[in-house]
Design a protein around this ligand. Structure first.
Ligand SMILES: [Zn+2]
Length: 298
């Protein structure tokens, strides 16, 4: 995420120009030359107001990031998040900035649960793990994160819990708090409900959940589809590091492969090198190399 988004840079001036033009034309229609001047002036005032309003986000982000990253947040992440721990210094700085922006700008609501700072950090860390190396990524498609006190069922009741999380086509992500905590507590079991649901959300800009990482070059997409078919077959035979939950549905395959990429990077690289390489290129991250660097072995 950037201090100033690209769209902010051109959108405010464009709105301003339209307001000045409209003011001038309207003024001219109502009162000839003096009317045009007055209308133009009103347009300029409107343009400044628009600039202030639209520039507000950049200013807020600037103020937010001017302070150092809170020490207790850093301590909490170091204690609770292995991926944060292994990030190279430059990416760790970006991770901290993005987490702060995410926590301050995204809506997180507890359902029969209190949303603590720690929970906000865990949610933000899940999303930012995927996007940290994409400076322009904003998670605009996310409308709200709902935090549930427990696993839930398809009617959103807690009587026969079967779901730990869900990503909706309209941009809501639901996460069960115990499942989210467990995901962070065990860093290398290839299970992470936060990463899983936000991986689904990546596909929300596309017309359907196809299981193809959005934004992949066309040739790479075709490669991915072939690779995915082979890997899903391997899953069905039970010979995979990737969770068998991904065996029959391409969108689920992508989500569990992304979980394995971040949670079992060394194993995925060794046993599913092609999957690892596509995802490393896609996310612009190399977690297995970072594990090598800190002396981890399988
Ligand atoms: Zn899923």
């Amino acid at each position: 995420m950037r201090l100033e988004r690209d769209s902010d840079r051109w959108f405010a001036p464009a709105v301003g120009a339209v307001l000045v033009g409209a003011g001038t034309v309207l003024g001219a229609l109502l009162g000839a030359v003096p009317g045009a001047v007055a209308g133009g002036a009103a347009g300029v005032a409107g343009a400044f107001a628009a600039r202030r309003f639209l520039g507000g986000r950049s200013a807020r982000r600037q103020a937010l990031l001017a302070a150092p990253f809170p020490a207790r947040w850093r301590e909490f992440l170091l204690d609770n998040y292995d991926h944060y721990d292994r990030l190279p210094a430059d990416l760790r700085r970006r991770f901290e900035d993005d987490v702060r922006i995410f926590v301050s700008e995204k809506r997180m609501t507890g359902i029969e649960a209190k949303v603590t700072d720690e929970l906000r950090l865990l949610v933000a860390a899940s999303a930012v793990t995927l996007s940290v190396a994409w400076p322009d990524y904003e998670w605009d498609q996310l409308t709200e994160v709902l935090l549930y006190p427990n696993d839930f069922d398809r009617d959103y009741s807690f009587e026969s819990p079967e779901l730990a999380g869900q990503a909706h086509p309209w941009g809501t992500v639901i996460l069960s708090i115990p499942a989210l905590r467990e995901s962070f507590a065990d860093p290398d079991d290839a299970y992470h409900v936060g990463i899983h649901e936000f991986a689904h959300l990546l596909e929300l800009d596309t017309t359907r959940f196809s299981g193809i990482p959005p934004g992949l070059a066309p040739a790479r997409s075709r490669e991915w589809v072939e690779l995915m078919e082979r890997e899903m077959e391997r899953l069905r035979r039970g010979k995979s590091v990737i969770d068998e939950y991904g065996a029959n549905d391409p969108a689920e395959f992508l989500a569990v492969a992304v979980e394995a990429f971040f949670e079992s990077a060394l194993e995925l690289r060794r046993r599913h090198r092609e999957v690892y390489e596509v995802l490393a290129e896609y996310f612009r991250q190399d977690p297995a190399a970072w594990d090598d660097a800190r002396g981890l072995r399988l």
